[in-house]
Design a protein around this ligand. Structure first.
Ligand SMILES: Cc1cc2nc3c(=O)[nH]c(=O)nc-3n(C[C@H](O)[C@H](O)[C@H](O)COP(=O)(O)OP(=O)(O)OC[C@H]3O[C@@H](n4cnc5c(N)ncnc54)[C@H](O)[C@@H]3O)c2cc1C
Ligand code: FES
Ligand code: FES
Length: 1368
């Protein structure tokens, strides 16, 4: 074949979804994601974190090897992958798997049918991650799977998406969608879906699943690209400033040239994933890609060991270590290499490991002190590295390498070598020596995708003694890393101490003490005591059972794994699942019980969410997917880093700011008749920019506008703010300081709830009192997958159209008009869908929309913004932190007689919606009958970001406070917590007293029956006994179980709707409510189909209904979508519209009926059009004030297991029952329940939204902020939606589901507390420590360090001291 022009030229050529792309020039730091999103129609590839931590941007990369004629496929994160590195590769995105035109892929269909997509922002990335696993499974030599299934196993299917985050679903349905393709799945284990109905046979169920046929699989590598590759032309390096040396010599001369010409900024890269951590802001003129140098890209395994080229990916290393030539260095079971591989499987996530190189990791560790796992584990096995500096080659130990000054930029790591320990250490049964090896890491997520607090690897060569003295340690190598140390270290003193010693308790005790003095985190490291206690715990875990078990047992230990031996002690037999494996299991099973109701068909049907399929394929359009109009500019906020200062001025650093900056907009640019307003909320306007006084770190100061989002972000980053400090008092950074300085917001009196009963009388009736107890609660970040975004387009006659991802477009509309000083009819805000809101897009999004509109107004050009995750996290505000002080009086049986509260709520610098937190908080708290309740609540104005509503705002804190009081009372009385809860549950009468009219009718109070029912369905009492047995048999793991009720009040608000019937009978619907992923549109569709069908009886109109985007000029008074009730009020609004239409159509129907026996819908509509019947009806639903608020009920039982050595909490099982009334759509409500519960787990267990001393958020991305992931949700998750029948005053008897179930997650916290209590009891039995009684407070979130601290940082030492004493 003749060479084409492009091949000769060496242009950058690649394919995306089979389409050829050829780019004559490209800026070398351009990422694949930037290219895909800005230059192609493939918008399924989403930007969410931009740092490799979420999976929203995952694509499949395919490479072709012309020699072997083989295609290699693997998933990658496109946000970190540089575009030039994909030359001659093929990319597949979710659109490439299938779409609405050519048919969806079975993966899309299954995600939709298993209800695994809510807001949909994570879904395309999930689909591609699963697809990647599927494609590779099909290439294996596994047996042919049964028809309809793939070669994937259940475990592989779940792990395929383990690194992908989802903030909406709670993961269970995603796991089901993935598992449905696995060959070994038991179809009965799959959760609720739209494919089959309960009771259908396995065969029928199978036949209903969208067919997966491996032979239909799409081609990931197009033929035309294969042909181009055969001509073997590499990229024109000079043109692209992208060099891919093919030999070490070529690399040497490239580096030499750079060394001489020191002016050019160059960077050596392999896969560029390091930038996910270091987020370098500087530009590089040139890149040198190491992937094509053979010496750096091979793994050699021979008798001397395993040599790994520095550019080899972690995935390839894992594969080689698992399958390679086995050095049987452990006597049985896994080899050292396999153990290294297992550890590496917990590094990052699959789509990172697939490209991340081992060398890149080690250089990051060496040069920049990255807390590497690879450095630690390879250090323990005595690895060496080969380095090239100029023409010099050097082999040194990894230890030496790590300890040297940072590698200069002209030196290259060539390879790393793991020695064959068997040959070096001469280990063999013949000379009575055995090698033990184990690796450890403690991290917030067991399967990875989280850096460790500490990692460790221990190698020991031991001889089981023939004498009674025990096991002799001949030699050992102990490595520790990632604990706040410059680099991983060998604990030499500990090693020396052990060498040639017989293992016994005294020796171990001394060694642990030595470890404590060796593993000392550097100053400034978070949780230093925790990290060093982990080191002690892991070493103890490695060695203790050798001592415990005695010589006989120790032989069997030597054949097995250190980790298991502890677990073996703890095995309880058949009644418990065994979670003690070193490889953590994922979600193992789930059950859903839903009662369907046909009364209002199709309302009540569990139909799948409309748009779920296009969300999966990536065709659903989010604001940032709207193509940029011509001349569009991009904006980024410049924010303050000081909490209180005068704003003197802002300058862009002329040296470092990028090209393309158009202007900086600040409050000086507000038009003459406009106001400095960014948001208009129910409690008044909020400023868009700080004027002269800055009132918090994270406050908006200005808006820089540039030609691209990247340039705008870079410019904002290098802005220099001139702060003035004169005449200012110190900032108020805590509620205590606010009290001292009387800095409060006023709470409107109508929002101040009334106290209940007579507090003095209640206190007087009490047998016991707790006085001045304190609780503190922190904040939580929304972590919507789509960050804040808007696009403003100026239109003729001084009008402005703004596309906004927003929960309250009506408020955005007003804010924009006010800011620009134009009439409201000149503004239009359009919101089609929102990629997750959770309250964070209620008001914060308004500032984004207004800033874009202001810039667009000033520049007469479209302006858009897609906030980067860091800025979003710094500016968002989040949940309200608070401090609670309480007095409680109670009887000896635990019945509480009076609760008196003083609550200080940190509202931040401005009011936002903070006043509503007060009543919400009390509503959540009133779930128990406190006898009498009084409170003094203050909204503190502080110099921190304005706190805003987040899903269940106030209610979740109220629920927690209630539980904390109950726990305190039960500890004081030494009563079972559950019995104290039980005795304080409301009767209907007390409920009425506390909640007044919201309490509804006695029959509606379902909580007591749910409370009892769940005890039965979850085998609560039996499991309490089992937990006791487990705890008595286990030293190092403790379990806890907890049952918790919730009561959650909601309020319906007025909502508009419009229903219009078009000529062909199709129906178009507008509602005030916004589709945030919560399935509002789906319920509305069902309601319209139900209400309109009444005119003709059993006609099914569901497919004829389309709900369209919110448009604030088309449908006014849309209000805001929040508080869990917008779906039902939107449904009611459209029902009113349909009733009007039915009334208008009825005379025509009746006259037609006289002429014909049956009437078709289409005929009726076309006749109506001809006869000029008005077929568009609007309504404004205003709820009846007497019944607009009502209560929601639910109960959850959670059981957890706490690892006392690490503080890790595993949620073993959650059972919950939630009363949904007659659910409008049980599938949608189930999704809300599970998703909210898991978000609640985040609040109670993992999410730390921390600030520095100035109140500036330091949790600013996926590295530091840990939302729940697939591996941290309950292992068994059973949800029952209770259909509590007819509720006269509710919308078709339905009840809310969006927020209340979040509160149920407090049960996980309660169970954790119960487990810790057991740990403390045990500790007390080992050493009578003061302050170790059962009275303690478990903070929120109960992270691993928090749990470990309460379980005993020195638990190992205490145990050993106790054992030593016992021996004596
Ligand atoms: C989301 C995420 C999670 C992660 N989690 C973990 C974890 O839990 N544990 C862990 O250990 N690691 C973790 N990592 C780190 C990951 O292993 C590294 O980012 C990766 O291995 C770097 O490889 P790379 O090929 O992408 O390097 P690049 O990003 O291309 O390079 C990294 C740095 O090393 C330099 N460099 C690369 N190769 C060489 C060489 N041969 N000689 C000289 N200089 C070189 C580059 O110039 C650059 O400065 C995580 C990374 C991400 C993105
Ligand atoms: S956006 Fe790439 S991993 Fe999050
Ligand atoms: S559906 Fe997963 S983030 Fe919304």
């Amino acid at each position: 074949m003749a060479e084409t022009e492009t091949e000769r030229n060496g242009t950058l050529v690649f394919a995306v979804n089979g389409k050829r792309f050829e780019l004559p020039t490209v800026e070398p730091s351009t990422t694949l994601l930037e290219f895909l999103r800005s230059q192609t129609p493939f918008k399924s590839v989403k930007l969410s974190c931009g740092e490799g931590g979420c999976g929203a941007c995952v694509v499949l990369l395919s490479r072709y090897d012309p020699v072997l004629d083989k295609v290699e496929d693997f998933t990658i994160s496109s946000c970190l992958t540089l575009l030039c590195s994909i030359n001659r590769c093929s990319i597949t995105t979710s659109e490439g798997l299938g779409n609405s035109k050519n048919g969806f892929h079975p993966i899309h269909q299954r995600f939709a049918g298993f209800h695994a997509s809510q807001c949909g922002f994570c879904t395309p990335g999930m689909c591609v991650s699963l697809f990647g696993a599927l494609v590779n499974a099909e290439k294996t030599s596994q047996l042919k799977p049964p028809p309809g299934f793939s070669k994937l196993t259940v475990s592989e299917a779940e792990k395929a998406v383990a690194g992908n985050l989802c903030r909406c679903t709670g993961y269970r349905p995603i796991a089901d969608a993935c598992k449905s393709l696995a060959a070994d799945v038991d179809i009965e284990d799959l959760g609720f879906n739209s494919f089959w109905r309960k009771g259908e046979s396995k065969e029928v169920k199978l036949s209903r699943l969208p067919l997966y046929n491996q032979n239909d699989e799409i081609c990931t590598f197009p033929e035309f690209l294969k042909k181009e590759i055969r001509s073997n032309v590499s990229l024109d390096s000079k043109r692209y400033n992208w060099y891919s040396p093919a030999s070490v010599e070529e690399l040497q001369s490239l580096l030499k040239a750079r060394n001489i010409n020191k002016g050019t900024e160059f960077k050596i890269v392999v896969s560029n994933t390091g930038i996910g951590y270091y987020k370098e802001l500087e530009y590089y003129d040139t890149y040198i890609d190491l992937k094509h140098i053979p010496e750096l890209s091979v793994i050699r395994i021979d008798q001397t060991g395993v040599e790994i080229g520095a550019a080899v990916t972690i995935s390839k290393v894992i594969e080689a270590l698992k399958n390679g030539n086995r050095h049987e260095v452990l006597s049985k079971g896994e080899t050292v290499l396999e153990k290294l591989a297992s550890h590496m499987e917990k590094i990052a996530s699959g789509f990172i490991r697939n490209t991340a190189s081992v060398g890149g990791n080690l250089v990051m560790a060496q040069r920049k002190h990255f807390p590497s796992d690879i450095a630690t584990i390879l250090l323990a096995v005595g690895s060496t590295v080969d380095i090239m500096s100029g023409h010099q080659f050097e082999r040194i130990t990894l230890e030496e390498f790590l300890g040297r000054p940072p590698l200069d930029f002209y030196s290259v790591l060539i390879s790393v070598k793991i020695p064959n320990l068997e040959s070096t250490r001469k280990v063999s049964p013949e000379n009575n020596t055995t090698l033990l090896f184990e690796t450890y890491r403690a991290s917030p997520r067991p399967l990875g995708n989280a850096l460790p607090y500490l990692n460790a690897a221990f190698l020991a060569e031991v001889s089981p003694s023939k004498t009674s003295e025990g096991i002799l340690v001949n030699h050992c190598q102990f490595a520790f890393g990632a604990y706040g140390t410059a680099h991983a270290i060998r604990a030499k003193k500990v090693e020396e101490f052990f060498t040639r010693k017989f293992l016994n308790i005294d020796v171990l005790y001394e060694a642990i003490k030595l470890v404590r003095t060796t593993v000392v985190p550097e100053d400034g490291t978070a949780n230093p005591a925790y990290r060093s206690s982990l080191a002690a715990g892991f070493l103890f875990e490695f060695l203790s059972s050798l001592i415990d078990s005695g010589a006989e047992n120790s032989n069997s230990f030597l054949d097995g794994y250190a980790s298991n031996s502890l677990a073996n002690h703890s095995k309880l037999g058949q009644n418990y699942l065994d979670y003690s494996n070193k490889i953590p299991t994922m979600l193992s099973s789930a059950k859903q019980v839903l009662e369907l109701s046909k009364s209002y068909y199709p309302v009540g049907e569990p139909i799948k969410k409309s748009e779920a399929s296009i969300q999966a394929s990536g065709e659903a359009v989010y604001v940032d997917d709207i193509p940029s109009p011509m001349g569009c500019l991009h904006g980024a906020f410049i924010y303050s880093t000081k909490p209180l200062a005068w704003l003197r001025g802002i300058q862009l650093n002329s040296k470092s700011h990028p090209d393309g900056v158009a202007t900086v907009i600040s409050c000086k640019d507000i038009p003459e008749f406009g106001e400095n307003v960014g948001a208009v909320a129910m409690f008044g306007p909020e400023a868009l920019f700080a004027d002269d006084l800055i009132e918090c770190a994270g406050q908006r100061l200005a808006f820089v506008v540039a030609d691209t989002q990247k340039h705008a972000d870079m410019a904002a980053n290098c802005a220099v703010v001139d702060y003035g400090m004169e005449d200012l008092k110190p900032p108020i950074l805590s509620v205590e300081e606010a009290v001292e300085r009387s800095s409060f917001f006023e709470i409107p009196p109508f929002l101040l709830p009334k106290p209940v009963g007579d507090i003095s009388k209640g206190m007087a009736e009490a047998d016991h009192k707790i006085v001045s107890a304190e609780i503190k609660l922190g904040s939580q970040y929304y972590f919507y997958m789509e960050t804040q975004t808007a696009l403003a387009v100026p239109e003729e006659d001084n009008c402005m159209v703004v596309y906004s991802s927003n929960q309250s477009p009506e408020f955005a509309h007003s804010a924009i008009a006010k800011c620009l000083g134009i009439p409201e009819h000149n503004v239009r805000v359009i919101t089609r869908r929102v990629g997750g809101g959770f309250g964070g897009k209620a008001l914060q999004s308004l500032h984004v929309a207004t800033a874009c509109a202001l810039a667009a107004h000033k520049l007469h050009r479209p302006v858009r913004m897609y906030m980067n995750r860091k800025a979003d996290m710094i500016m968002a505000g989040g949940r309200h932190p608070m401090k609670i002080t309480y007095n409680v009086g109670f009887k000896s049986d635990g019945k509480i007689t009076a609760l008196q509260l003083e609550i200080l709520i940190d509202a931040g610098m401005s009011l936002d919606v903070s006043p509503i937190i007060v009543s919400n908080l009390l509503n959540g708290l009133k779930k128990y009958d406190w006898g009498a309740l009084s409170f003094d609540i203050k909204l503190c104005k502080t110099n921190t970001t304005s706190k805003a509503a987040m899903r269940a705002p106030g209610e979740v804190q109220g629920t927690y406070i209630a539980e904390a009081v109950i726990e305190h009372v039960s500890s004081t009385l030494s009563l079972e917590v559950d019995s104290v809860r039980n005795v304080n549950l409301h009767t209907y009468n007390s409920l009425k007293l506390f909640y007044e009219s919201s309490a509804g009718e006695p029959l509606e109070y379902t909580l007591p029956s749910i409370w009892d029912k769940l005890a039965v369905t979850s085998s609560f009492n039996h499991r309490i006994e089992m937990v006791k047995i487990f705890n008595s048999c286990n030293k190092w793991k403790k379990r806890g179980i907890s049952r918790v009720p919730i009561v959650h009040e909601v309020l319906l608000r007025p909502t508009p709707g419009r229903v219009s019937i078009l000529k062909d009978g199709s129906v178009v619907v507008e509602v005030g409510g916004i589709e945030l992923g919560q399935g509002l549109w789906t319920k509305v569709k069902q309601m319209v189909a139900f209400a309109l069908s009444s005119i003709l009886g059993n006609v099914d109109l569901l497919d004829k209904v389309r709900v369209i985007q919110a448009d604030t000029l088309s449908l006014i008074q849309g209000g805001y979508t929040a508080g869990s009730t917008t779906s039902e009020s939107s449904c009611e609004a459209v029902r009113l519209c349909c009733n009007i239409l039915v009334e208008r159509l009825t005379p025509l129907k009746e006259s037609l009926q006289e002429q014909m026996s049956s009437i078709q819908w289409e005929l009726l509509v076309s006749e109506a059009h001809m006869q000029a019947v008005n077929l568009s009806a609007s309504s404004y639903y205003v709820p009846d004030m007497s019944s607009s608020s009502y209560l929601n009920y639910g109960v959850a039982v959670s059981e957890v297991e706490v690892n006392l050595l690490t503080g890790e909490t595993t949620i073993l099982q959650v059972d919950l029952i939630y009363d949904c009334g007659q659910s409008l759509n049980p599938a949608v409500d189930l999704g809300q329940i599970e998703g909210a519960f898991v978000q609640g787990i985040g609040f109670f267990m993992t999410e730390e939204y921390l600030t520095n001393a100035d109140g500036l958020m330091v949790a600013e991305g996926t590295w530091t902020y840990k939302i729940p992931s697939m591996d941290t949700i309950p292992k068994q998750f059973n949800v029952e939606i209770l259909n509590s029948g007819h509720h006269e005053k509710r919308v078709l008897s339905s009840k809310a589901s969006g927020e209340p179930p979040l509160l149920l997650a407090v049960s996980v916290h309660g169970a954790t507390r119960a487990a810790i209590k057991e740990a403390r009891k045990q500790l007390l039995s080992w050493s009578s420590q003061d302050g170790w009684e059962s009275m303690f407070q478990l903070a929120v979130p109960a992270t691993m360090p928090v749990v470990k601290k309460l379980s005993g940082m020195d638990i190992v030492e205490k145990y050993l001291e106790w054992s030593i004493c016992g021996k004596k």
